[in-house]
Design a protein. Structure first.
Length: 318
């Protein structure tokens, strides 16, 4: 379960509803610091909060846990029975997923999160980094970014333009990331593709880019406009359809097979089976098989190895 992906999905839906982090938190009855941690991918919502979050964002609990929209076969209902059913389903789903105590938000109560953040802020204020500039007459960038959860999208986008113009430090982008509008993110992707915005800065915004924007970057990498290393960095956020298409292009010879190795942890079972067929046919070398072996189902791998062994013994006998 990708915490950053889930956080980015919550952030995207919240912004679609026109809510600031503070407004969203108030309607849930929690602190905005807790929401901020979700959206930055530092923690997950408490299991018991999932039904309320899904109703407020008008999505399903399954989609929340997947971090992306899916086709929902059953019509959503706002009845108490449906909410209770969704809550039970979410509990069963989360129990099947192995996560550490540090990753799950319910292992760190909201009060503890707030206390830890307050302590961190107190430490920053003691050394003067959070309060003002060196001359003590102006608020620091850090102090300004602390107000981001309470600002509207227009103000956030204006601050982003200041970063693009060099009037604010580039470090501000990461602090603004959960609040940047879709239009501004699209503009940054455009600028990164033509080389007028730092691509590494854009990679840092990956959890907040939508599928279309990520796929555009992948296509640019296929065409050689963008370095392939960017695709590797974006791998956790690339859509399943795009990953499947990349595997298909290996068979066409359009993509070097070595490039797919870094994407192996994110490939679907169907794509892995295609790669195995390419190895079995001799189209892909055994070195590729060794690299992707940790991500292949044991039964499929053993079947392939037995077939390879049989061919080897047959050739030896001849």
């Amino acid at each position: 379960m990708e915490m950053r992906k889930i956080g980015a999905f919550i952030s995207s839906l919240r912004k679609e509803k026109g809510m600031t982090q503070a407004e969203f938190a108030e309607r849930l009855g929690i602190s905005h610091q807790a929401v901020s941690k979700w959206e930055r991918g530092e923690s997950l919502p408490d299991i018991g909060m999932l039904p309320a979050i899904s109703r407020l964002l008008e999505t399903s609990i399954d989609e929340l846990l997947a971090g992306e929209s899916r086709i929902v076969l059953a019509q959503e209902t706002a009845s108490v029975q449906a909410a209770a059913g969704e809550e039970l389903h979410s509990i069963e789903t989360v129990q099947e997923i192995e996560v550490s105590d540090e990753e799950v938000a319910d292992s760190e109560p909201v009060e503890a999160q707030d206390e830890a953040q307050d302590e961190a802020q107190d430490e920053e204020q003691e050394d003067g980094s959070d309060a003002s500039d060196d001359d003590g007459s102006h608020p620091s960038l850090h102090a300004i970014l602390q107000l981001a959860p309470f600002l509207g999208s227009d103000t956030i986008d204006e601050m982003l333009r200041y970063v693009e113009e060099g009037r604010l430090s580039a470090d501000a982008i990461q602090g603004l990331a959960p609040f940047i509008s879709k239009g501004s993110l699209t503009r940054l992707v455009d600028k990164a593709i033509v080389g007028t915005f730092d691509m590494q800065q854009l990679v840092g915004l990956a959890p907040f880019l939508d599928t279309e924007q990520i796929d555009r970057l992948v296509r640019q990498a296929e065409e050689g406009t963008v370095d392939w290393d960017i695709v590797q960095a974006l791998a956790p956020f690339i859509s399943r359809d795009t990953l499947d298409r990349l595997v298909d292009r290996i068979a066409d010879g359009a993509i070097d097979a070595d490039r797919i190795i870094g994407l192996a942890p994110f490939l679907s079972k169907g794509s892995m089976e295609k790669l195995l067929l390419h190895v079995e046919s001799g189209f892909l070398g055994a070195d590729i098989l060794s690299a992707i072996a940790p991500f292949i189902h044991k039964d499929a791998l053993e079947r392939l190895v037995r077939g390879m062994l049989e061919k080897t013994l047959t050739r030896s006998a001849e």
